[in-house]
Design a protein around this ligand. Structure first.
Ligand code: ZN
Length: 59
């Protein structure tokens, strides 16, 4: 289960993935440093998003 999701970008997770992998989701999203410009999801790892952009505090 976990192995399957490691290859999958967070952008492609569906509701069932979220339900079964809440711990991983928390790790990825809880310390977000990047945001996906296309899907508006956020993650701590750049590789987890399809169009990552650094999540910076607005000036
Ligand atoms: Zn995306």
């Amino acid at each position: 289960m976990a192995n399957k999701l490691k290859k999958k970008s967070l952008c492609k997770w569906d509701k069932d993935d979220v339900k079964t992998s809440w711990n991983e989701l928390y790790d990825l999203v809880g310390k977000s440093k990047f945001i996906c410009e296309r899907c508006l999801r956020s993650a701590s790892a750049k590789g987890m998003l399809c169009k990552p952009e650094k999540l910076a505090k607005p000036a």
